[in-house]
Design a protein around this ligand. Sequence first.
Ligand SMILES: Nc1nc2c(ncn2[C@@H]2O[C@H](COP(=O)(O)OP(=O)(O)O)[C@@H](O)[C@H]2O)c(=O)[nH]1
Ligand code: SF4
Ligand SMILES: [Mg+2]
Length: 460
Amino acid sequence: MAKEISDSKAAENIAVSDAAASDSPASVRSDSPAEVSSDSPASACSDSAASSDFNQVPMANRTHIAFFGKRNAGKSSLVNAVTGQALSIVSDIKGTTTDPVQKAMELLPLGPVVIIDTPGIDDDGTVGSLRVEKTFEILRKTDAAVLVIDAAAGPADEDRKLIDLFRKRKVPFLIALNKSDLCAAEPRSVHTVQLSSDPSDFEEAISVSALTGEGIKTLKEAIGRIASSKEPEKYILRDKLQPADIVVLVTPIDSSAPKGRLILPQVQTIRDILDGHAVCMVTQTDQLAQALSALSKPPKLVVTDSQDFKQVKNIISPETRLTSFSILMARFKGILDTAAYGAHYLQNLTNGDKILICEGCTHHRQCEDIGTVKLTGWIRQYTGKTLDFHFTSGGQFPENPKELQSYALIVHCGGCMLNRREMQSRMERAQTAGVPFTNYGTLIAHINGILDRSLEIIYE
Ligand SMILES: Nc1nc2c(ncn2[C@@H]2O[C@H](COP(=O)(O)OP(=O)(O)O)[C@@H](O)[C@H]2O)c(=O)[nH]1
Ligand code: SF4
Ligand SMILES: [Mg+2]
């Protein structure tokens, strides 16, 4: 239920409400690194309401707003003040926030967001550096960042490093100078933070106090502004359809399909087609021929689960456009061009090459079955080479360019649980390391000789 933010009476137009989902412990706090950085499989992929409750906006489609800064700057206190909820534990003991804490909620007028509180970036020791690494994992999926600086202490080297990273990665950010109640400075809401001796090297900062509530309304408005300045809305398919076009979706329900429901890419595609006022028919592969014969005209497009590309290709007429959910997801996440290009690298593989297969979450049996069993078999059969397959899942994705360069090819799942920024960050890391990057659907279409056909609907 929506409720006014308690710390600012004036913030009538900015309200928060819980996504029903996020009361699940997994989505509030998650202790596994893989879970934290991948929107938590429990919350994203399987049973937590955070995104498997399809009445809620999936985590991956929410604007991710994260609070960064040194330990004790007041990040947790500010997260609590901005959301009007006691999400994070506040303490003067350094390092109290040990894992990123994230919560899906409505932040009006912005809409569905995930608010993320991170551990400090100045943590030391082995455990400390693991926490810092988790914080950087969060940065890879951050759509808008708030850098919290203790106003009394001023900016430190760690803050400057973070600002460099925000700038390099083009993450919109703002600086919150917290604990203004402790400063005797003149009462202005906006200050500047000098970052180096170069007079032009500064950033504006908003003066706030999590303790007194001063500046919180201004901060929330500013967060709304930077977060909504992100890219325009992206579509899965609807911009390629005319009203009343017919799209047939082929969704095999086998033993590896989740019980009693469809998976997220299928549900999202159905919704997107309906949003475009087109007509959607859903069938299993075995009933596809019957479904097609019941139509008075051929469909505009058939979308299939990638693993049934071959069967579906043999059932439909050669003139009918055909693509897969995974290819549509690659487009939605902004990686399709690279994925289509990368699929051609199969031809160049040689014996002993290492292939990295990445899954965006950990708990999806259907994808796991495709990634670890079917896909590896198809690649071996197609190339005729002896290949060395490696696997990652959830938040794991190599950061180190040397490690990435040890792979001849990276094949990623559709990434339905990862937000666009995270998928693009993975793709860019592979590109920077010079490693071809593709995805399941694109690669399977290539193996079946129908990649060009699968891309027609998108590039026509
Ligand atoms: N005076 C004052 N203290 C604050 C303010 N914000 C946070 N603190 C205190 O600073 C300490 C660290 O806060 P916390 O939110 O846990 O910092 P974090 O480590 O950055 O998450 C706690 O003792 C808070 O009560 C503020 O605006 N004013
Ligand atoms: S496509 Fe990737 S992220 Fe989506 S359910 Fe499958 S493994 Fe998880
Ligand atoms: Mg904290």
